[in-house]
Ligand binder design. Sequence first.
Ligand SMILES: *[C@@H]1O[C@H](CO)[C@@H](O)[C@H](O)[C@H]1NC(C)=O
Ligand SMILES: *[C@@H]1O[C@H](CO)[C@@H](O)[C@H](O)[C@H]1NC(C)=O
Ligand SMILES: *[C@@H]1O[C@H](CO)[C@@H](O)[C@H](O)[C@H]1NC(C)=O
Length: 164
Amino acid sequence: MDLSFCTCRRTLLMLLVIIALASSALMAQGWPSCYRKIIVGGNSHWKFGFNYSNWALQTGPFHVGDTLVFYYKPDHVGNLTIEHNVYLFKHHKDFQNCNFSTAIEVGDPSKGKRGFKFVLRKPRPYYFGCAARAGLHCTLGMMKFGVRPACGGSKLLDTVRTDL
Ligand SMILES: *[C@@H]1O[C@H](CO)[C@@H](O)[C@H](O)[C@H]1NC(C)=O
Ligand SMILES: *[C@@H]1O[C@H](CO)[C@@H](O)[C@H](O)[C@H]1NC(C)=O
Ligand SMILES: *[C@@H]1O[C@H](CO)[C@@H](O)[C@H](O)[C@H]1NC(C)=O
């Protein structure tokens, strides 16, 4: 079981609003969810040649509990079919160099059609990359980015998530 003792700031803000406004009837309906489901690359999805570092900069901040959704399908270049995947790097340096030797495949080529989902469970850095064509998608194709999901700060209002 993986318990994450984190609150995202938006939860805190919403709680404060609710506490200020709400009756107990409102409270009984439960907390509104503040976790985001974020489509990687937006309408561009997960593909060769899109600047995902820039996308991550524009899309953040990310929060613990957010879900990244990677949509991808094979590219057809002439008569070649080139598949995409999603790897998680262990080290920042390997991410920088697109060195996949110790990276772990989290999303195989078949998972992209329905959207491969990755939950950011912990307040730590995550480095993603596509390892296709011996790292060419990562280097030339810019198919890599890092996120560092933030944790809220309130001890009093900490949320215990058991559904991760
Ligand atoms: C991608 O975006 C980042 C962040 O905005 C920028 O520093 C970098 O130069 C861009 N890369 C290319 C190849 O445009
Ligand atoms: C794919 O294209 C290349 C170069 O255009 C050609 O040499 C090769 O025979 C083609 N392969 C198939 C399976 O059609
Ligand atoms: C890739 O990473 C591995 C393990 O971290 C390391 O042994 C290897 O030298 C690296 N390769 C390059 C080309 O940097």
